[in-house]
Design a protein around this ligand. Structure first.
Ligand code: SF4
Length: 484
């Protein structure tokens, strides 16, 4: 149980986010902060009391009392309290905080927003380092990603949208899965009906897009694992997309084929004939023992075969995902996986840090999760080797409960950055989502309205009328947006 007492400034949400990194819910913890801002100086005195110990930290930061930017003032106060607490707690437990007390999921977006508000690079670096306590290395990464994202964002044209289609089926469920997906051995009987209704939702989406006077500039078919569907079902979806949208205007058309065991020449041919030009084949690791341990029914050799099949089918941009910190893996295992993937020479590689929100699942496996030092070695190796092979970081996000409190980074060769990935992070273009678990975002400046599709295929089928109604809701939000 965490008890929080704050004087001078309250920021309970922020404090609880960081409190959970150090203490579990069943530990008695009393946290206090005493905050003042006088004579251009912020001071926070934090104490942490547990059943066994008490620690404190006296934090001070120069910060002008007359700062006009109210949002920066609030963020600074929150960060100062959180940082004072973390410094006290770190005396008790060595939790690594490479991003300091930046709790948001999009560090590069923070850089972009400060920059658009008129702050210089030097000032932004000062804020990230002094106020949030982020390391120089992470600040450099955030700037590098922000620079590349800016390039893609500048190319987004008015009255264009991204389209997302969610296929919530996978052949089996991975132990660490935090996505929208159902195991096809249980939900497979709903696939035909799901596809039949999805085609109707595509029709409906095309109708509202006509009224919105917008066109799609990219399409992303994700999941789940879309290639869990049969080649015939995929063809029906691709044909419908071709019938209802102008795919010749697309900058990018992606299909996720996350599980190599679902990739066949027939499915690839269906995707290529449908117009897809980018594919994601996700080994997660190239170590067969780990694959078995985490519940993936494929081998590293199947990944290689799937990769060559996709190349032969004509995919010019192939992405491969790896996860750093899978249970039982050391930095040596991860580096081996990365070396093996690089030998295949994909244009994109995305390196995820294991998200341990399902840590409970791993406890039963008796497989240790990597310590932060090991995690750092893995990500540092990735950064170095990507640079050597001319792949550069272009999108990044963080999640709660990531191993080592690190980040997920997408690397790309020149000319192969994914428009959709950047857009989903930066939220500057409207996204219309279809299928299971899709979340539409109607963007108006910095204001975003979200409309969620049902995640579960059974729910999607049973409440399909509501799915169609949600499309009308998107149209209404768009019309209101245009009145502003
Ligand atoms: S392949 Fe991806 S979406 Fe499917 S179960 Fe595994 S982690 Fe989840």
């Amino acid at each position: 149980m965490m008890i929080l007492i704050q004087n001078g400034h309250r920021c309970e949400r922020q404090m609880r986010i960081f409190g959970r990194l150090f203490f579990s819910d069943d530990e008695y913890t009393l946290i206090t902060t005493h905050f003042t801002h006088e004579n251009d100086k912020i001071s926070v005195y934090a104490t942490v009391l547990t059943d066994d110990d008490v620690y404190f930290y006296d934090y001070a930061l120069d910060f002008p009392n007359n700062t006009a930017d109210a949002s920066l003032v609030r963020k600074t106060y929150d960060a100062a309290c959180a940082l004072a607490f973390c410094k006290a707690a770190q005396k008790m437990r060595p939790v690594s905080l490479p991003w300091g007390v930046m709790s948001g999921v999009r560090p590069a977006k923070v850089v972009r927003q400060f920059s658009e508000s008129g702050y210089t690079d030097l000032q932004i670096r000062g804020i990230l380092s002094k106020i949030y306590g982020a390391s120089e290395e992470k600040i450099d990464l955030a700037f590098e990603v922000a620079k590349r994202e800016k390039l893609l964002l500048s190319e987004i044209e008015e009255n264009t949208v991204s389209l997302y289609i969610g296929i919530p089926f996978c052949p089996t469920r991975c132990l660490y899965c935090s996505f929208v997906s159902t195991d096809v051995r249980v939900s497979g009987k709903y696939m035909d009906e799901f596809v039949r209704l999805l085609l109707l939702e595509i029709d409906k989406t095309a109708e509202i897009m006509k009224k919105m006077n917008v066109t799609a500039d990219n399409i992303y078919i994700g999941g789940g694992t879309p290639t869990t569907l049969s080649a015939c079902q995929l063809t029906m979806i691709f044909d419908k997309i071709k019938e209802r949208f102008d795919i010749s205007a697309l900058k990018e058309y992606t299909i996720e084929a996350g599980r190599p065991d679902t990739i066949t020449p027939e499915r690839l041919s269906s995707a290529r004939k449908g117009g897809a030009n980018r594919i994601s084949i996700n080994p997660q690791t190239m170590n067969d023992d780990t694959l078995r341990r985490v519940g993936r029914a494929h081998s590293s050799e199947m990944t290689r075969q799937a990769f060559y099949m996709a190349r032969n089918a004509g995919f010019e941009t192939i992405n491969m995902d790896l996860i750093a910190g899978l249970p039982g893996e050391t930095s040596k295992d991860f580096c081996h996986s990365l070396d093996e993937v690089i030998k295949l020479n994909p244009e994109n590689i995305t390196v995820h840090s294991l998200c341990v929100k399902r840590a409970a699942d791993f406890r039963h496996t008796q497989n240790a999760l990597a310590e932060s030092g090991e995690m750092n070695k893995m990500l540092n190796y990735a950064y170095k080797i990507m640079r050597q092979t001319e792949r550069f970081p272009y999108y990044m996000y963080r999640q709660k409960n990531m191993s080592g409190n690190l980040e997920n980074v997408g690397y790309a060769k020149e000319g192969h950055m994914s428009v959709y990935n950047v857009n989903i992070m930066e939220e500057v273009q409207t996204i219309i989502a279809m299928g299971g678990g899709g979340s539409s975002k109607v963007v108006c400046g910095t204001h975003i309205d979200r409309v969620f599709n049902f995640k579960d295929p059974v729910e999607y089928i049973r409440r399909f009328e509501e799915i169609l109604e949600k499309k009308n809701e998107i149209l209404k939000l768009w019309e209101e947006r245009n009145k502003k």
